[in-house]
Design a protein around this ligand. Structure first.
Ligand SMILES: [Zn+2]
Length: 58
C-alpha cells in the first residue's frame, strides 16, 4: 500500500489532509484514517483516534 499519511500525497487531499477531528475536536490536525461509525458511515479521524485496525496497514 502506498504511503498516504505523509509527503506530497497530503497536498492532493481535501484541506491538504487537515481538518477538525470529529472525535477529539482538535483543529487543523491531519485526518488520515477512516473510521466506520453508526449506519456504516465512514468518517476521517486523526492519528490518535484511529481505529486499531489502521495500525496493521502499511
Ligand atoms: Zn481525533
Amino acid at each position: 500500500m502506498a504511503t498516504t499519511t505523509r509527503g506530497k500525497v497530503l497536498r492532493e487531499l481535501e484541506g491538504r489532509g487537515r481538518g477538525t477531528c470529529p472525535v477529539c475536536n482538535r483543529k487543523r490536525i491531519k485526518l488520515l484514517y477512516d473510521k466506520t461509525i453508526e449506519n456504516e458511515q465512514v468518517i476521517k479521524v486523526c492519528k490518535s483516534c484511529r481505529p486499531k485496525k489502521a495500525l496493521n496497514k502499511k
